[in-house]
Design a binder for this molecule. Structure first.
Ligand SMILES: Cc1cc2nc3c(=O)[nH]c(=O)nc-3n(C[C@H](O)[C@H](O)[C@H](O)COP(=O)(O)OP(=O)(O)OC[C@H]3O[C@@H](n4cnc5c(N)ncnc54)[C@H](O)[C@@H]3O)c2cc1C
Length: 470
């Protein structure tokens, strides 16, 4: 990154691309300086913000992004793509005063009713895209908690996931084709066939790459007719282990309701109290949607597996209650805003044969340094599931102590997950916050491969430097 070249780089953009908005005021730079990484909250409270981008560019289309990338190579100026800013792993920290490219003006939208896909520009939020689909009788089934702010480019780049993932899949399962601008400005477009035996699947290179290999400008996403029927219900079980066994059994028999959320003994407490269920038990919320007959059949099958494991059907109230409050993160945000306080949702994945250990040991390791820990399992697969560990901590000290406690909690959570067979991240990505742990998941050889691809695509290391440890 040649900081001294930022000025002539921006001047050439202003001269050659008058439709690209260039933001350089301090207020704009501060707004873009932070996403939702908990340490960024602490930095905001600690005084002058430590990492500001030099400027923010707002292009209108893929061609303009391509031209900007060519110029960034000419001037050796570092670039950070910016979507909704809801990333929580520090993927857009401008450590070297990089220039940001905000993709939010890329808002193309087109449905292909024959293939049942819809192309969305990288700047459409999850809510924009879903609302546009709903107006024409379709859904894509992607409802992350950050639905209102995360945009398509950001969700593709982090392999994001929504709460209805068991039926509709993760963002990475939903993609039919991608358009990506490479660091040298070349534009990659994937072919539209649904399957190919023509070499590695290149889209996979950009899914979850967090912008290190290119800037995602559009994605064609699988869509479905809006469900005829949606139904929520819940079961209580005597403990987490038994409930996990019931879930594993029906999933491995290919019974796939849309929503599965199992709250462990601690996180279940407020709901157990609210609905007066059996004290000390855990709660499984199951949501179904699709054709009415399919929903009824899935309910019957899930019931058989749950009851075979001692599960007790509790009707619709706990599931409906979750659905209405599903976008709230107030408790975590209150802790982040607190002097000396901190909180985060650490989400890892583990295969079924070690998931109980990963959950139990992460909880145990965090308990001495946290004031509260909530754990749930909300994305399940044939061979394993995600483990969500939400910690809240208060130091009683200042923002610097809060920041130190955050780093300690993050380290304890991830090293424990890796030690017991889990991974570093299930869907939030690694950004700069978790980058140093990736070698524990991919090994030295895996990191060498990732770096070799980076060196080939971006030999000057200008795009999202430091993210994923590259
Ligand atoms: C309250 C809250 C709830 C959340 N709930 C969920 C959830 O349910 N599921 C989930 O998966 N995540 C969740 N997240 C995390 C976050 O919303 C996701 O990581 C999301 O995918 C980030 O998208 P964004 O558009 O905000 O990306 P940004 O924060 O703008 O960027 C994230 C990373 O991607 C890069 N990037 C952005 N746009 C592009 C692009 N077009 N091309 C290449 N790289 C790009 C950035 O440089 C950065 O490294 C939540 C976050 C918050 C704050």
């Amino acid at each position: 990154m040649k900081k001294e070249n930022v000025r002539p780089f921006l001047d050439e953009i202003k001269n050659e691309m008058p439709n690209v908005t260039v933001l350089e005021r301090m207020e704009d730079r501060l707004v873009y300086a932070h996403g939702c990484y908990p340490l960024e909250y602490k930095w905001l409270l600690q005084g002058p913000y430590p990492f500001l981008p030099s400027a923010i560019l707002m292009p209108n289309n893929t061609k303009e992004i391509s031209s900007i990338m060519k110029l960034s190579q000419k001037y050796e100026v570092g670039i950070i793509p910016f979507g909704g800013g809801s990333g929580i792993v520090g993927g857009s920290i401008a450590e070297n005063e990089e220039v940001m490219i905000d993709v939010k003006r890329l808002r193309d939208f087109e449905i292909n009713p024959i293939n049942c896909t819809a192309k969305g520009g990288a700047g459409l939020t999850g809510a924009d895209f879903e609302n546009m689909l709903n107006e024409q009788g379709y859904t894509c089934g992607q409802y992350p908690q950050s639905f209102q702010s995360a945009v398509i480019g950001g969700m593709v780049s982090t392999r994001a996931i929504g709460t209805f993932s068991t039926k509709y899949g993760k963002m990475d399962d939903m993609i039919h084709t991608l358009e990506v601008v490479l660091p040298n400005g070349h534009i990659y477009n994937s072919h539209t066939t649904p399957k190919a035996s023509t070499g590695p699947e290149l889209d996979q290179l950009f899914l979850g790459a967090e912008g290190v290999y290119g800037i995602v400008t559009a994605a064609e996403i699988k869509i479905y007719p809006v469900a005829e029927k949606r139904y929520f219900e819940s079961y209580t079980f005597k403990d987490t282990e038994t409930a996990l066994s019931a879930i594993r059994k029906f999933i491995q028999n290919n019974v796939r309701p849309a929503v599965i959320r199992l709250y462990d003994e601690e996180e279940a407490i407020p709901r157990i109290e609210k609905f007066n269920y059996e004290k000390g038990h855990v709660i499984l919320i199951v949501g179904y949607e699709g054709l009415a007959k399919q929903v009824d059949l899935e309910r019957e099958l899930v019931k058989e597996y749950c009851e075979a494991h001692g599960g007790v059907n509790k009707g619709t109230e706990a599931g409906e209650d979750w659905f209405h409050a599903r976008f709230s993160t107030k408790k975590m945000l209150d802790h982040d805003a607190m002097r000396g306080g901190t909180a985060d949702a650490i989400e890892v994945a583990a295969p079924w044969d070690c998931i109980v250990n990963v959950w139990r040991e992460m909880r145990k390791a965090l308990e001495p340094i946290c004031s509260g820990i909530d754990c749930h399992f909300s994305h399940v697969y044939h061979a394993g599931a995600s483990v969500y560990v939400i910690f809240h901590a208060e130091t009683g000290g200042d923002d610097i102590e809060g920041a130190l406690r955050y780093k300690q909690c993050l380290d304890v959570a991830i090293t424990t997950s890796l030690k017991y067979g889990g991974n570093v991240s299930h869907h939030h990505g690694s950004g700069k916050a978790k980058a140093k742990y990736l070698v524990g998941e991919h090994g030295e050889t895996g990191m060498e491969v990732m770096q070799a691809i980076k060196d080939a695509l971006d030999p000057q290391g200008l795009l999202n430097k430091g993210v994923l440890g590259l």
